[in-house]
Design a protein around this ligand. Structure first.
Ligand SMILES: [Zn+2]
Ligand SMILES: [Zn+2]
Length: 414
């Protein structure tokens, strides 16, 4: 399968002009063998450096592309952080015209950060269907202990070899499955925001992400059986989700309440008392089930609404403590839900209920999780079940983005 950006670029019915920066993605069995041909096709020339970790170096050892230098990073404690970047930079030759990332999310973030710093392009070769960030134009890094999103570069092309991806460890595949299923919530949140505040919305981007998400959901059984087409659906969905973000210019179509739950856990705020080493997609997968159950509960409840009001800085400080308080207060200062009245919510509630119906029920989703043994409970990601209410209450504050979870602040008596 080939994803050609030309098909998606240009004027859209939504009135915007969309542009993918990634030129094309090849998703095929054995396509890594032809990487030279694809690199030539996209016009990259000169000195090349491939970045691996030891695991991905071994997983691809029959088909390493010919490059001027190979950088093989140690996988132990390798993270997308200043340490990981320093390791790569230490080994990076002065003379380098483009980079090739051969690995999963961490290798990609380190590579895209270095490529941006050097002002050069990079080629993405995912070795596992573990995350939707391969096509991202930003690098999500931990810098001196803080989560930070850096401006970086999106890959010029993606070479996704299914013979490698389908042999990746199952926990990586399951993580990608969780990241992808989360789009049901993200897309519903986007639609809810559009309904309430007329936030910009694009049907094309919504529908391409939704179609890819449904295809992945339906592939659970076949992924378990190692079916190549099912892996193709999964990596296609993850790449498409990243490309949809490129078209949109932000992550609205890929990240809603479920990602905010994951981010809150990662931030480890003082008032929450959690620490989880689970993978991004594992946390998103658990966050998705939490949001799914809650959204359907809201849909079926007889709710009374207040006008929305902004959380106070004292309230924020109680959870986020000295260290994170400033950043979270700043994030919420221009609250996206401010001005939403009880009257408006009541007027739109039937529409919102219809939107919630686009999210599969908890029962439907958990059945898919169970097929693959995807992590589904807070306990599976080392977070106590007692933290559930706090996660739902405070997670919307990590990002000033209107979600149904944020809107809950306007429900009377909760
Ligand atoms: Zn559009
Ligand atoms: Zn994600």
């Amino acid at each position: 399968m080939i994803i050609d950006s030309k098909k998606y670029n240009g004027k859209c019915a939504c009135g915007h002009e969309h542009k993918m920066t990634t030129e094309f993605c090849i998703i095929e069995v054995g396509c890594l063998v032809n990487i030279d041909k694809y690199i030539e096709k996209c016009g990259l020339k000169g000195h090349s450096v491939a970045i691996y970790d030891e695991n991905t170096y071994n997983a691809t050892k029959q088909i390493h592309p010919k490059v001027d230098k190979e950088i093989i990073l140690p996988p132990e404690n390798l993270h997308a952080d200043n340490h990981g970047v320093a390791l790569a930079k230490e080994l990076m030759p002065e003379n380098c015209d483009y980079l090739i990332a051969i690995g999963s999310g961490t290798i990609h973030d380190i590579t895209r950060y270095c490529a941006h710093e050097k002002g050069i392009s990079f080629v993405s070769c995912p070795t596992a269907a573990s995350v939707d960030g391969f096509c991202s134009s930003v690098a999500a890094m931990t810098w001196d202990g803080f989560k930070k999103t850096f401006e970086a570069v999106a890959p010029k092309i993606v070479i996704a070899d299914l013979s490698i991806i389908s042999k990746a460890p199952m926990f990586l595949t399951n993580s990608g499955f969780g990241d992808m299923i989360g789009k049901f919530i993200a897309l519903a949140d986007w639609k809810v925001a559009h309904t309430l505040t007329n936030e910009y919305f694009c049907d094309t981007i919504h529908n391409m992400t939704m179609d890819a998400t449904k295809a992945v959901t339906e592939s659970a059984e076949a992924i378990k059986d190692g079916d190549i087409t099912a892996y193709e659906n999964l990596i296609y969905g993850l790449l498409m989700s990243g490309l949809a973000m490129q078209m949109l210019g932000n992550s609205r179509c890929a990240s809603g309440a479920e990602h905010h739950i994951s981010h809150l856990i990662e931030m480890q705020p003082e008032g929450l008392g959690v620490k989880s080493d689970a993978l991004h997609g594992e946390k998103v997968g658990v966050g998705t089930l939490i949001a799914c159950r809650e959204y359907h509960r809201l849909k079926d409840s007889n709710l009374k609404w207040n006008d929305y009001h902004q959380p106070s800085s004292d309230y924020i400080k109680d959870m986020f403590g000295e260290k994170l308080n400033g950043a979270i207060v700043a994030e919420n200062s221009d609250d996206c839900a401010l001005g939403i009245t009880a009257k408006l919510i009541e007027e739109k509630w039937d529409k919102i209920r219809n939107i919630i119906d686009t999210v599969p029920t908890y029962k439907e989703l958990i059945a898919k999780y169970e097929i693959l043994d995807v992590k589904s409970k807070l306990g599976d990601i080392d977070v106590s079940e007692e933290k559930l209410d706090a996660l739902m209450e405070y997670s919307p504050l990590v990002r000033n983005r209107l979600t149904l979870m944020r809107l809950k602040r306007a429900i009377k008596n909760i």
